[in-house]
Design a binder for this molecule. Structure first.
Ligand code: 6LW
Length: 509
């Protein structure tokens, strides 16, 4: 059965997956954004619905002062004996922790913190019911993968710590997951770092703590030597066996947009079938390579998805797809369903401010070609700036907005790259009516348009090169992707009816 990759487009890295009967659940890392760790559900492994987030309360996810791409690193989701577990790291808080729930769309527990450094924790239950923890770590001065017995409810460590692997020769052995098959303990790892040298390797042992032997055909996934593919940096996989006994891998990859090795959409979630050779070694995709269109024995037929969405302000609550930057002040986001208005209360915190939580609502940019439109009720606004942004983080964003200064209303266009930000355009408009703000994107850039009530056509006001919103261009190592956002600073901003995010090839003139 044919299907399209990525299965979860836009910034959705470090996937982990589990199955309960015929239902699959998948989670991703979320860094400085709130709520943390989305949970998606699927029956066919290709079409995923966001059901909710594991970390939805500030007591579970403290992000005050969190640096860009700090916060939540790679999670693992597992199901055992009626309980779901999600284990991850908050690098800005106390490190590794586990939460659980017996109801996937209910509340998750408070974090149980684990006295172990490192990142990318995972859980594995052996046949005797003993639960094992593994993550990156350092033991007696040696860096590698650390494993021990754990109580997954309390986080208590129940055994001696063991260094079970130093990887298969690549740098940054991370993203470990242990599973058992035909009497072997398998340990899969991401190696090479999450960039263009990324790969997945596998080892196995007869005892859980090793010694682990690497597969003869490692790496089992990489595009390191496949530069002509649009998909790059594949790695950080998790395996799941479906109800028919077929094994699948979910993993992260990026889509580069042209000749240069740059990507703006973030690390996305991909799917590939896993095949096993006669010696019991797996291979992901076709000899470790994957494509945008793939074939595999899916449990159910996949639908072709259109990621175009109308996010309306008619029904509360807002769509779960919106998320905040760091811990939000919830009262600053109000929905007036009667008037179909989203009212944002901006503070003095601007979206260029470091390590802060401005008033901003974000959606993923799900593809290269998109058209996003917001409508502003000009006469109801008092904000210094309120509008729409192609937003990577506080250092990288292109903004289009209604500005109000000394009683003058205008459409403004602002660009921020590295440590330099500047308002490029300012066009005065009437202080009334609906102002439409639009961002059109493709593989070259972001084009900005506006339309007041008196005008019949959109007018182009500015352009920002796609390279300004790319992970590779950011000044600190970042792990996220470009978002399409609504924001408001210093006063009230009123958005009318809804936000239109279309995935479509657009006219940029
Ligand atoms: C993730 C780790 C990684 O936890 O990036 O480069 C981290 N490697 O596996 C954030 O995605």
């Amino acid at each position: 059965m044919l299907y399209r990759n990525p299965i979860i487009p836009g910034y959705s890295p470090d996937p982990s997956i589990c199955r309960v009967g015929e239902d699959f659940y998948l989670v991703n890392s979320t860094f400085e954004f709130f709520p943390g760790v989305p949970i998606y559900h699927s029956k066919n492994l290709v079409n995923w619905e966001l059901i909710q987030y594991c970390l939805s309360r500030p007591s579970q996810l403290y992000l005050e002062g969190c640096r860009n791409s700090g916060g939540i690193y790679a999670p693992t989701i597992r199901y055992y004996n009626g309980i779901f577990y999600m284990i991850t790291t908050n690098v800005t808080d106390k490190g590794n922790f586990v939460v659980h729930t017996d109801c996937i769309d209910g509340e998750w527990s408070e974090p149980a913190w684990i006295d172990q450094g490192g990142i990318d924790p995972s859980l594995f239950w052996d046949d005797d019911g003993i639960c094992y923890y593994c993550s990156t770590g350092v033991l007696n001065g040696t860096r590698g993968i650390v494993a021990f017995e754990i109580n997954p409810i309390t986080g208590e460590i129940l055994s001696k710590k063991h260094l079970i692997s130093e990887g298969c020769g690549g740098q940054c052995a991370e993203g470990p997951h242990i599973f058992k098959r035909n009497g072997w303990y398998y340990l899969i790892l991401a190696e090479g770092g999450t960039e263009y040298g990324h790969r997945e390797t596998i080892q196995r042992a007869k005892e859980i703590y090793g010694p682990y032997q690497p597969a003869p055909n490692n790496p089992i996934l990489t595009h390191m030597e496949y530069k002509k593919s649009e998909i790059q940096a594949t790695g950080h996989a998790d395996f799941v066996e479906d109800q028919n006994g077929n094994t699948w891998a979910v993993f992260l990859g990026i889509r580069k947009f042209g000749h240069p090795l740059l990507h703006n959409l973030g690390r996305e979630t991909f799917l590939a079938p896993v095949t096993w050779d006669l010696d019991g070694w797996p291979m992901i995709g076709k000899n470790g390579r994957v494509e945008l269109t793939m074939d595999g024995p899916l449990p159910y037929k996949a639908e072709l998805v259109d990621h175009s969405r109308w996010f309306d302000f008619k029904v509360a609550p807002l769509s779960k797809e919106w998320f905040y930057t760091r811990n939000p002040i919830k009262e600053h986001y109000q929905l007036d369903t009667k008037n179909q208005e989203l009212i944002l209360i901006g503070t003095k915190v601007t979206i260029q401010e470091e390590k802060a939580s401005p008033t901003i609502l974000n959606l993923r940019q799900p593809d290269f070609d998109t058209i996003s439109t917001a409508r502003i009720r000009v006469e109801k606004c008092t904000a210094r700036r309120c509008g729409i942004s192609a937003y990577y983080n506080n250092n990288y964003h292109y903004d289009l907005y209604l500005g109000i200064e000394n009683g003058t209303y205008y459409v403004g266009f602002y660009k921020h790259i590295h440590d330099f930000g500047m308002e490029i355009e300012r066009i005065p408009i009437a202080a009334t009516g609906i102002l439409q703000l639009q961002i059109r994107t493709n593989r070259e850039g972001y084009w900005f348009f506006y339309k007041t009530e008196e005008e019949t056509e959109f007018t182009r006001i500015g352009f920002g090169h796609i390279a300004g919103l790319c992970t590779e261009g950011t000044m600190s190592m970042t792990f996220t992707g470009t978002l399409l956002s609504l924001f408001c600073e210093d006063g009230v901003g009123v958005f009318d009816k809804g936000f239109d995010r279309k995935v479509a090839v657009c006219d940029i003139n």
